[in-house]
Design a protein around this ligand. Sequence first.
Ligand SMILES: NC(=O)c1ccc[n+]([C@@H]2O[C@H](COP(=O)([O-])OP(=O)(O)OC[C@H]3O[C@@H](n4cnc5c(N)ncnc54)[C@H](O)[C@@H]3O)[C@@H](O)[C@H]2O)c1
Length: 252
Amino acid sequence: MEFHNKTAIVTGAGVGIGFEICGQLARQGATVFLNDIDEALCTSAAEKIRAEGGTCHPLPGDSSNKTFVESMVSTAVEQTGRLDIAIANAGITLFGDFLTYPPESLFQVLHVNIGGTFFLAQAASRQMRQQGNGGALLFTSSVTGHQAHKNLAAYSMTKAALEMLAKNLVAEVSGFGVRVNTVAPGATLTERTVSDTEYENTWSRITPMGRPASVTDIADAALFLVSDKARHITGQSLVVDGGWTATSPSPF
Ligand SMILES: NC(=O)c1ccc[n+]([C@@H]2O[C@H](COP(=O)([O-])OP(=O)(O)OC[C@H]3O[C@@H](n4cnc5c(N)ncnc54)[C@H](O)[C@@H]3O)[C@@H](O)[C@H]2O)c1
């Protein structure tokens, strides 16, 4: 029960990596506020975690909307009196050829991936400073924030930006005991990625450890970074990719 008496917010968590992080946090005693932009999915995801005995509240809404993000923090604090962990996990991937990439896609990716993360870090940090006993922020980055990847210029730029945001915030929030890190998943089997039937075969072939990540692989690393075991780790990125960035063979 590592997270007993801790309150956590996780964005973009109706399925995939975020949902697994919420489940693990709840199983280890946290009160979890689970966000997703899809209201029905958000509600059913929180219900699934409660059905297993966890404490989990749905907070449906757009994690890139500053006003909504602030209301998530207020709701968590109204209901539990505190906020200890904020995980900006929501991120969208809009693939496209760089030479013809449309401005609408660029701004959408910037808005959700960078804007949403920035606003949650800001609102959570203000609350944690007021509480006076620290806290942990975590951003979901990607191996594409470390290595070039065809058709992902906009997305990979946002993920590299999140890593710099985490590093930069060390100068802003360490003074009141808040740590900030990123977890950088490699190819991970989620509801979204397995919709490409070749995904698992391709990434099994080009990943040194012989398979893509599971959501559990990523959530285990995420929980470590927001736990007290990582109490002296801040401003870092933990790559969880079965060795892919060491060799980086192209999936194409
Ligand atoms: N799956 C992978 O292979 C992989 C690899 C590297 C990084 N990532 C990153 O991990 C994170 C989670 O990815 P995933 O594949 O597990 O999930 P996903 O992409 O399937 O999305 C999870 C949920 O996020 C929600 N969402 C999207 N925009 C939102 C918004 N503005 N506000 C609130 N919710 C929103 C969606 O409705 C969805 O249910 C993302 O940041 C992604 O970039 C994923």
